[in-house]
Design a binder for this molecule. Structure first.
Ligand code: C2E
Ligand code: MG
Ligand code: MG
Ligand code: MG
Length: 292
Protein backbone atom coordinates (compact mmCIF):
# COMPACT_ATOMS: atom_id res chain seq x y z
CA UNK A 1 0.00 0.00 0.00
CA UNK A 2 0.91 3.64 -0.28
CA UNK A 3 2.25 3.90 3.27
CA UNK A 4 4.84 1.20 2.68
CA UNK A 5 6.47 3.46 0.13
CA UNK A 6 7.45 6.08 2.66
CA UNK A 7 7.38 9.69 1.63
CA UNK A 8 7.74 8.75 -1.97
CA UNK A 9 4.14 9.11 -2.94
CA UNK A 10 0.84 10.58 -1.77
CA UNK A 11 -1.20 8.49 0.59
CA UNK A 12 -4.21 6.59 -0.49
CA UNK A 13 -7.32 7.05 1.63
CA UNK A 14 -9.70 5.34 -0.70
CA UNK A 15 -13.17 6.77 -1.11
CA UNK A 16 -13.69 9.96 -3.00
CA UNK A 17 -11.89 12.44 -0.75
CA UNK A 18 -9.40 14.64 -2.44
CA UNK A 19 -5.89 14.24 -1.01
CA UNK A 20 -4.93 16.23 2.06
CA UNK A 21 -2.81 19.35 1.95
CA UNK A 22 0.41 17.63 3.02
CA UNK A 23 0.11 15.30 0.08
CA UNK A 24 -0.17 17.98 -2.55
CA UNK A 25 3.52 18.24 -3.31
CA UNK A 26 3.80 14.54 -4.05
CA UNK A 27 0.58 14.41 -6.03
CA UNK A 28 1.66 17.37 -8.08
CA UNK A 29 4.93 15.65 -8.95
CA UNK A 30 3.12 12.45 -9.81
CA UNK A 31 0.67 14.29 -12.04
CA UNK A 32 3.63 15.76 -13.90
CA UNK A 33 5.02 12.27 -14.30
CA UNK A 34 1.63 11.02 -15.45
CA UNK A 35 1.44 13.66 -18.16
CA UNK A 36 4.84 12.69 -19.49
CA UNK A 37 4.60 8.95 -19.24
CA UNK A 38 1.20 8.39 -20.72
CA UNK A 39 -0.66 7.25 -17.59
CA UNK A 40 -3.94 8.90 -18.54
CA UNK A 41 -6.70 7.30 -20.53
CA UNK A 42 -10.02 8.59 -21.79
CA UNK A 43 -13.15 6.58 -20.98
CA UNK A 44 -16.41 7.15 -22.80
CA UNK A 45 -19.95 7.13 -21.44
CA UNK A 46 -22.97 6.91 -23.74
CA UNK A 47 -25.77 9.47 -23.65
CA UNK A 48 -29.03 8.12 -25.04
CA UNK A 49 -32.41 9.26 -26.26
CA UNK A 50 -34.84 9.02 -23.33
CA UNK A 51 -37.58 7.41 -25.39
CA UNK A 52 -35.80 5.12 -27.83
CA UNK A 53 -32.62 4.32 -25.89
CA UNK A 54 -30.57 5.10 -28.99
CA UNK A 55 -27.03 6.38 -28.58
CA UNK A 56 -26.95 10.12 -29.22
CA UNK A 57 -23.58 11.30 -27.92
CA UNK A 58 -20.65 10.26 -25.78
CA UNK A 59 -18.97 11.99 -22.85
CA UNK A 60 -15.19 11.76 -22.56
CA UNK A 61 -14.07 11.19 -18.95
CA UNK A 62 -10.43 11.05 -17.91
CA UNK A 63 -8.94 8.16 -15.94
CA UNK A 64 -5.50 7.87 -14.41
CA UNK A 65 -3.69 4.54 -14.40
CA UNK A 66 -1.51 5.22 -11.39
CA UNK A 67 1.54 2.92 -11.21
CA UNK A 68 0.74 1.83 -7.63
CA UNK A 69 -2.80 3.05 -6.85
CA UNK A 70 -4.40 1.58 -9.95
CA UNK A 71 -7.29 3.35 -11.67
CA UNK A 72 -7.83 6.79 -10.11
CA UNK A 73 -10.99 8.75 -10.89
CA UNK A 74 -10.91 12.44 -11.77
CA UNK A 75 -12.59 13.56 -8.54
CA UNK A 76 -9.32 12.66 -6.83
CA UNK A 77 -6.94 14.75 -8.94
CA UNK A 78 -8.79 17.29 -11.09
CA UNK A 79 -9.35 19.72 -8.18
CA UNK A 80 -5.63 19.79 -7.38
CA UNK A 81 -4.63 19.94 -11.06
CA UNK A 82 -6.92 22.94 -11.26
CA UNK A 83 -5.04 24.59 -8.38
CA UNK A 84 -1.58 23.89 -9.75
CA UNK A 85 -2.48 24.81 -13.31
CA UNK A 86 -1.66 21.31 -14.55
CA UNK A 87 -5.26 21.00 -15.67
CA UNK A 88 -4.37 23.05 -18.73
CA UNK A 89 -1.96 20.43 -20.08
CA UNK A 90 -4.20 17.59 -18.93
CA UNK A 91 -7.29 19.16 -20.47
CA UNK A 92 -5.54 19.74 -23.78
CA UNK A 93 -4.44 16.13 -23.79
CA UNK A 94 -8.02 14.90 -23.18
CA UNK A 95 -9.41 17.15 -25.90
CA UNK A 96 -6.89 15.92 -28.45
CA UNK A 97 -7.24 12.27 -27.49
CA UNK A 98 -11.05 12.33 -27.53
CA UNK A 99 -11.16 14.03 -30.94
CA UNK A 100 -8.55 11.66 -32.30
CA UNK A 101 -10.39 8.58 -30.97
CA UNK A 102 -13.73 9.74 -32.37
CA UNK A 103 -12.27 10.60 -35.79
CA UNK A 104 -10.62 7.18 -35.92
CA UNK A 105 -13.81 5.42 -34.87
CA UNK A 106 -15.73 7.08 -37.66
CA UNK A 107 -12.99 6.37 -40.22
CA UNK A 108 -13.22 2.70 -39.26
CA UNK A 109 -16.92 2.72 -40.07
CA UNK A 110 -18.02 3.09 -36.48
CA UNK A 111 -19.93 5.76 -34.62
CA UNK A 112 -20.16 9.31 -35.97
CA UNK A 113 -21.71 10.66 -32.78
CA UNK A 114 -20.73 13.91 -31.09
CA UNK A 115 -18.24 13.67 -28.25
CA UNK A 116 -18.54 15.89 -25.17
CA UNK A 117 -15.33 17.02 -23.47
CA UNK A 118 -15.22 18.64 -20.00
CA UNK A 119 -13.42 21.96 -19.90
CA UNK A 120 -12.01 23.40 -16.67
CA UNK A 121 -12.44 27.07 -15.81
CA UNK A 122 -8.70 27.72 -16.03
CA UNK A 123 -8.50 26.06 -19.43
CA UNK A 124 -11.51 27.98 -20.71
CA UNK A 125 -10.12 31.34 -19.59
CA UNK A 126 -6.66 30.87 -21.07
CA UNK A 127 -5.89 33.17 -23.98
CA UNK A 128 -4.85 30.29 -26.25
CA UNK A 129 -7.95 28.15 -25.67
CA UNK A 130 -9.78 28.92 -28.89
CA UNK A 131 -6.65 28.40 -31.00
CA UNK A 132 -6.07 25.11 -29.27
CA UNK A 133 -9.58 23.89 -30.10
CA UNK A 134 -9.12 24.96 -33.72
CA UNK A 135 -5.75 23.23 -33.99
CA UNK A 136 -7.09 20.00 -32.49
CA UNK A 137 -10.03 19.94 -34.91
CA UNK A 138 -7.73 20.57 -37.86
CA UNK A 139 -5.12 18.03 -36.80
CA UNK A 140 -7.59 15.26 -36.03
CA UNK A 141 -10.03 15.99 -38.86
CA UNK A 142 -13.00 15.73 -36.50
CA UNK A 143 -15.89 17.81 -37.89
CA UNK A 144 -16.52 20.71 -35.45
CA UNK A 145 -20.18 19.77 -35.12
CA UNK A 146 -19.05 16.50 -33.57
CA UNK A 147 -17.35 18.29 -30.69
CA UNK A 148 -19.30 19.48 -27.68
CA UNK A 149 -17.65 21.30 -24.81
CA UNK A 150 -19.06 20.96 -21.30
CA UNK A 151 -18.57 24.05 -19.16
CA UNK A 152 -20.00 24.81 -15.73
CA UNK A 153 -22.25 27.64 -14.64
CA UNK A 154 -19.60 28.95 -12.29
CA UNK A 155 -17.07 29.67 -14.98
CA UNK A 156 -19.59 31.74 -16.90
CA UNK A 157 -20.61 33.82 -13.90
CA UNK A 158 -17.23 35.48 -13.49
CA UNK A 159 -15.99 37.59 -16.38
CA UNK A 160 -19.32 37.18 -18.10
CA UNK A 161 -18.57 39.47 -21.04
CA UNK A 162 -15.41 37.59 -21.92
CA UNK A 163 -17.11 34.24 -21.40
CA UNK A 164 -19.89 35.18 -23.82
CA UNK A 165 -17.35 36.29 -26.41
CA UNK A 166 -15.47 33.06 -26.08
CA UNK A 167 -18.60 30.93 -26.33
CA UNK A 168 -19.72 32.88 -29.36
CA UNK A 169 -16.38 32.26 -31.06
CA UNK A 170 -16.64 28.54 -30.29
CA UNK A 171 -20.15 28.39 -31.73
CA UNK A 172 -18.90 30.20 -34.81
CA UNK A 173 -16.42 27.35 -35.29
CA UNK A 174 -19.39 25.00 -35.29
CA UNK A 175 -18.65 23.52 -31.87
CA UNK A 176 -21.55 22.77 -29.48
CA UNK A 177 -21.62 23.98 -25.89
CA UNK A 178 -23.37 22.39 -22.90
CA UNK A 179 -23.74 23.63 -19.33
CA UNK A 180 -22.65 20.81 -17.03
CA UNK A 181 -23.94 20.13 -13.50
CA UNK A 182 -26.79 22.56 -14.07
CA UNK A 183 -28.69 23.57 -10.96
CA UNK A 184 -25.74 23.43 -8.58
CA UNK A 185 -24.65 27.03 -9.18
CA UNK A 186 -26.55 30.22 -8.79
CA UNK A 187 -27.36 31.03 -12.37
CA UNK A 188 -30.89 31.15 -13.67
CA UNK A 189 -32.25 30.13 -17.01
CA UNK A 190 -33.08 33.78 -17.61
CA UNK A 191 -29.36 34.45 -17.40
CA UNK A 192 -28.45 31.44 -19.52
CA UNK A 193 -30.70 32.73 -22.26
CA UNK A 194 -28.04 35.32 -23.06
CA UNK A 195 -25.48 32.63 -23.67
CA UNK A 196 -24.91 30.88 -26.99
CA UNK A 197 -25.35 27.36 -25.61
CA UNK A 198 -27.17 24.28 -26.92
CA UNK A 199 -27.75 22.06 -23.97
CA UNK A 200 -27.98 21.81 -20.21
CA UNK A 201 -27.07 18.81 -18.14
CA UNK A 202 -29.10 18.44 -14.95
CA UNK A 203 -26.86 17.56 -12.05
CA UNK A 204 -27.10 14.09 -10.60
CA UNK A 205 -28.05 15.51 -7.18
CA UNK A 206 -31.51 16.43 -8.54
CA UNK A 207 -31.97 13.15 -10.33
CA UNK A 208 -31.19 10.35 -7.91
CA UNK A 209 -34.26 10.82 -5.69
CA UNK A 210 -36.53 12.27 -8.34
CA UNK A 211 -39.26 9.72 -7.80
CA UNK A 212 -39.49 10.31 -4.03
CA UNK A 213 -38.42 13.92 -3.51
CA UNK A 214 -41.23 16.24 -4.56
CA UNK A 215 -39.04 19.35 -4.37
CA UNK A 216 -36.49 17.91 -6.75
CA UNK A 217 -39.23 16.66 -9.04
CA UNK A 218 -40.67 20.19 -9.20
CA UNK A 219 -37.24 21.72 -9.86
CA UNK A 220 -36.45 19.21 -12.59
CA UNK A 221 -39.83 19.66 -14.27
CA UNK A 222 -39.50 23.44 -14.13
CA UNK A 223 -36.03 23.38 -15.63
CA UNK A 224 -37.05 21.01 -18.43
CA UNK A 225 -40.09 23.09 -19.36
CA UNK A 226 -38.24 26.40 -19.34
CA UNK A 227 -35.23 24.97 -21.16
CA UNK A 228 -37.47 23.71 -23.94
CA UNK A 229 -39.01 27.15 -24.31
CA UNK A 230 -35.47 28.44 -24.79
CA UNK A 231 -34.74 25.73 -27.36
CA UNK A 232 -32.23 23.99 -25.16
CA UNK A 233 -31.75 20.25 -25.11
CA UNK A 234 -31.94 18.77 -21.60
CA UNK A 235 -29.79 15.89 -20.40
CA UNK A 236 -30.17 14.11 -17.05
CA UNK A 237 -27.06 12.61 -15.50
CA UNK A 238 -26.95 9.80 -12.96
CA UNK A 239 -29.79 7.70 -14.35
CA UNK A 240 -29.22 4.47 -12.49
CA UNK A 241 -32.57 2.68 -12.74
CA UNK A 242 -35.34 1.91 -15.17
CA UNK A 243 -37.69 3.74 -12.83
CA UNK A 244 -35.68 6.94 -13.29
CA UNK A 245 -35.51 6.42 -17.03
CA UNK A 246 -39.29 6.13 -17.21
CA UNK A 247 -39.86 9.10 -14.93
CA UNK A 248 -37.52 11.32 -16.97
CA UNK A 249 -39.04 10.13 -20.23
CA UNK A 250 -42.50 11.05 -18.90
CA UNK A 251 -41.15 14.45 -17.94
CA UNK A 252 -39.86 14.95 -21.48
CA UNK A 253 -36.20 15.09 -20.58
CA UNK A 254 -34.51 14.64 -23.98
CA UNK A 255 -31.38 12.69 -23.20
CA UNK A 256 -30.21 10.43 -20.41
CA UNK A 257 -26.81 9.40 -19.09
CA UNK A 258 -26.13 6.93 -16.31
CA UNK A 259 -25.14 3.53 -15.09
CA UNK A 260 -28.55 2.10 -16.04
CA UNK A 261 -27.46 2.38 -19.67
CA UNK A 262 -23.70 2.05 -19.34
CA UNK A 263 -20.80 3.03 -17.12
CA UNK A 264 -17.97 4.92 -18.74
CA UNK A 265 -16.02 2.38 -20.81
CA UNK A 266 -12.68 2.28 -22.61
CA UNK A 267 -12.55 2.90 -26.36
CA UNK A 268 -12.49 -0.79 -27.26
CA UNK A 269 -15.62 -1.43 -25.21
CA UNK A 270 -17.31 1.62 -26.67
CA UNK A 271 -16.85 0.19 -30.15
CA UNK A 272 -18.59 -2.96 -29.01
CA UNK A 273 -21.70 -1.21 -27.64
CA UNK A 274 -24.89 -1.64 -29.64
CA UNK A 275 -26.35 1.63 -30.88
CA UNK A 276 -29.47 1.04 -28.85
CA UNK A 277 -28.87 0.46 -25.17
CA UNK A 278 -31.16 -1.34 -22.71
CA UNK A 279 -33.97 1.00 -21.95
CA UNK A 280 -36.89 2.47 -23.49
CA UNK A 281 -40.21 1.09 -22.80
CA UNK A 282 -41.16 2.62 -26.13
CA UNK A 283 -43.93 5.13 -25.74
CA UNK A 284 -44.04 5.75 -29.45
CA UNK A 285 -46.62 3.41 -30.90
CA UNK A 286 -45.65 1.62 -34.09
CA UNK A 287 -47.58 2.87 -37.15
CA UNK A 288 -51.06 1.39 -37.09
CA UNK A 289 -50.46 -0.21 -33.71
CA UNK A 290 -52.40 0.69 -30.60
CA UNK A 291 -50.15 -0.88 -28.00
CA UNK A 292 -52.34 -3.26 -26.06
P1 C2E B 1 -19.21 15.22 -14.88
O1 C2E B 1 -18.66 15.95 -16.06
O2 C2E B 1 -20.48 15.70 -14.31
O3 C2E B 1 -19.29 13.71 -15.36
C1 C2E B 1 -20.27 12.80 -14.95
C2 C2E B 1 -19.77 11.94 -13.81
O4 C2E B 1 -20.85 11.18 -13.31
C3 C2E B 1 -18.69 10.93 -14.22
O5 C2E B 1 -17.82 10.72 -13.11
C4 C2E B 1 -19.53 9.68 -14.46
O6 C2E B 1 -18.80 8.48 -14.33
C5 C2E B 1 -20.53 9.82 -13.34
N1 C2E B 1 -21.76 9.08 -13.61
C6 C2E B 1 -22.37 8.86 -14.80
N2 C2E B 1 -23.51 8.17 -14.66
C7 C2E B 1 -23.63 7.91 -13.32
C8 C2E B 1 -24.61 7.23 -12.55
O7 C2E B 1 -25.60 6.69 -13.03
N3 C2E B 1 -24.40 7.19 -11.20
C9 C2E B 1 -23.31 7.75 -10.61
N4 C2E B 1 -23.19 7.65 -9.30
N5 C2E B 1 -22.37 8.42 -11.33
C10 C2E B 1 -22.53 8.51 -12.66
P2 C2E B 1 -16.25 10.74 -13.26
O8 C2E B 1 -15.84 10.10 -14.55
O9 C2E B 1 -15.68 10.21 -11.99
O10 C2E B 1 -15.92 12.27 -13.39
C11 C2E B 1 -16.19 13.16 -12.32
C12 C2E B 1 -16.01 14.58 -12.74
O11 C2E B 1 -14.63 14.85 -13.03
C13 C2E B 1 -16.76 14.95 -14.00
O12 C2E B 1 -18.12 15.21 -13.68
C14 C2E B 1 -16.01 16.19 -14.41
O13 C2E B 1 -16.43 17.31 -13.68
C15 C2E B 1 -14.59 15.85 -14.01
N6 C2E B 1 -13.87 15.37 -15.19
C16 C2E B 1 -13.83 14.15 -15.75
N7 C2E B 1 -13.04 14.13 -16.84
C17 C2E B 1 -12.57 15.39 -16.99
C18 C2E B 1 -11.71 16.03 -17.94
O14 C2E B 1 -11.22 15.43 -18.91
N8 C2E B 1 -11.46 17.36 -17.75
C19 C2E B 1 -12.01 18.05 -16.70
N9 C2E B 1 -11.72 19.35 -16.59
N10 C2E B 1 -12.82 17.49 -15.81
C20 C2E B 1 -13.10 16.18 -15.95
MG1 MG C 1 -19.39 16.54 -17.79
MG1 MG D 1 -21.98 16.54 -15.42
MG1 MG E 1 -21.75 16.10 -12.42
Amino acid sequence: EAKAQGGNTWQWHGGDDIPEVGEHVALRRELQEAIHSDQFEVYYQPIVDSVTGRLRSIEALIRWHHPTHGLVSPGRFIPLAEKTGQIVAIGQWVLRRACRDMAALQAAGGSALPVAVNISPLQFRRAGFLDNVKAVLEDTGLPPARLELEVTEGMLMTGTRQAIERLTALRALGVQVAIDDFGTGFSSLAYLRQLPINKIKLDRSFIHDLTTNRDNAAIVQGIITMAHHLNLVVVAEGVETRELQEELMRRHCDLLQGFFFSRPVCLAELEALPDRLPAAQDLILPPGGMGD
